[in-house]
Design a protein around this ligand. Structure first.
Ligand SMILES: [Ca+2]
Length: 283
């Protein structure tokens, strides 16, 4: 257990230098029996390498019953040193810290799956309004290697699939969803100026591409052609686009996958890992 206390007003931190640079994928803060931290407080993270120092933007999952906090921090850069600190108090307490690192940037490819069990039947609007969302305590946090969640997995759950899409060429793209039961597909450019290319309403940078309440089979892209497909949308090569899918499964079978049609007319269904990052990549 690390318990650091410095005079008031002094920064308080805990730092570790890695044996060799790696991409930090997950940081776990664990409260073991015997440590007995009264409260799992929120921490800040700084990632360093020999070229840059980045204050990370971390998504925090706090599971109080399991006495664990998971942080997924962006952007994921090649890191040689990790520093954890707190803003407002003159004391930092950490029981156990576990850092998961990956050596290849290729392991950043995929989709982040967050899933909540025991969500009653209903629409996406009911899922979004449920008191467990948007709090960050999903029952499942997983990395999917392509835009395709496990099918016939469970009943009465809600899930969110998120990732960063990078398209291979500039041009017009069409997206498709295959899902059971309800689904919404959202897209948001990382650079605000690109919003003007895709959206009339500048008030929100997110664009709702598809919203459907009709079931299909797994990877069945053409059951309801006019409902499952988005309009054509112009996307720029080398840019990142945030993609978010909300899915509500009630009873019976379940599935959710996303495909796209490229400017050259070829189809990717489901979208493969090569075009997706589950955590925002750095430079
Ligand atoms: Ca179903």
């Amino acid at each position: 257990m690390y318990g650091l206390s410095l005079p008031q007003g002094q920064p308080v931190w805990w730092s570790v230098t890695l044996q060799r640079p790696a991409f930090i994928s997950k940081i776990w803060i664990i409260n073991r029996p015997g440590c007995c931290l009264a409260e799992m407080t929120k921490h800040n993270v700084i990632l360093r390498n020999h070229l840059e120092t980045v204050k990370a933007n971390c998504k925090v999952y706090s599971w109080k019953e399991r006495q664990k906090t998971l942080m997924i921090c962006e952007p994921s850069i090649s890191t040689s040193n990790v520093t954890i600190y707190e803003n407002s108090v003159g004391e930092l307490r950490l029981c156990e810290v576990m850092i998961t690192a990956i050596e290849s940037e290729k392991s950043l490819h995929g989709v982040l799956q967050e899933l909540w069990y025991n969500i009653p039947s209903g629409t996406i609007a009911r899922l979004r309004a449920h008191n467990r969302l948007p709090t960050t305590d999903p029952d499942v946090v997983n990395i999917l290697r392509q835009f395709d969640s496990p099918s016939n997995f469970h009943t009465k759950y809600g899930q969110r699939l998120t990732g960063y899409l990078q398209v291979p060429e500039s041009g017009n793209y069409t997206f498709f969803v295959a899902r059971d039961d309800n689904c919404e597909l959202w897209l948001q450019p990382e650079r605000v100026e690109l919003v003007e290319k895709i959206k009339d309403d500048k008030a929100s940078h997110k664009l709702l591409l598809i919203k459907v309440d009709f079931r299909t089979d797994h990877n069945q892209w053409d059951k309801f052609p006019s409902l499952q497909a988005s309009k054509e949308i112009w996307l720029k090569k080398c840019q990142l686009y945030s993609v978010e899918v909300l899915i509500k499964q009630s009873g019976g079978s379940d599935c959710a996958s996303v495909g796209m049609k490229l400017p050259n007319g070829t189809y990717k269904g489901p979208i493969t890992a090569a075009h997706l990052f589950w955590v925002k990549p750095g430079k």
